[in-house]
Design a protein around this ligand. Structure first.
Ligand code: FMN
Length: 130
């Protein structure tokens, strides 16, 4: 059965290289574990959506929870899903536009169409924080 996790965490001042390294590990590991998802970083906090089989997600959440690059991992939601919102994405990097004014519009275009309304709303609100 497929599940989806949504969490936030805190990581002040990670460099672009460190974020790239996280995406690199995701691209390397997630396909063989059947994990897909998306990642946002606003310079202080991460928001990550992970989807896959429960056992693979639990194992990954343990690794992520022990990762010293961030703290305060806080799961916002966990639920069974009938199909993936991010099929084809080992880990989609969702960029947050500099201009607050245009952010919502840019994201509306960039977020996968298959996201449910509630999850989409949480991601949009996270991205619009300053
Ligand atoms: C915010 C955040 C998100 C992460 N997401 C993933 C992920 O989706 N997949 C993954 O394999 N590692 C992810 N990691 C990295 C893991 O914590 C861990 O460093 C990595 O899985 C080790 O992979 P390696 O053994 O191939 O070096 C993430 C780390 C952070 C801080």
């Amino acid at each position: 059965m497929l599940n989806q996790y949504l969490y936030i965490s805190t990581a002040p001042n990670l460099s672009r290289e460190e974020v790239e390294a996280i995406l690199g590990a995701s691209a390397r590991n997630n396909p063989e574990r059947g994990i897909t998802g998306l990642l946002l970083y606003n310079g202080r906090n991460f928001l990550q959506l992970l989807e896959g089989e429960e056992s693979a997600l639990v194992a990954l959440m343990v690794r992520i929870g022990n990762d010293p690059r961030h703290t305060g991992v806080s799961v916002l939601g966990r639920k069974a899903i009938s199909q993936r919102s991010c099929p084809g994405w080992a880990m989609k990097r969702v960029l947050i536009a500099e201009s607050v004014a245009g952010r919502r519009e840019v994201l509306e275009r960039e977020l996968p169409a298959g996201l449910d309304e509630e999850t989409r709303g949480i991601i949009l609100n996270f991205a619009c924080l300053n």
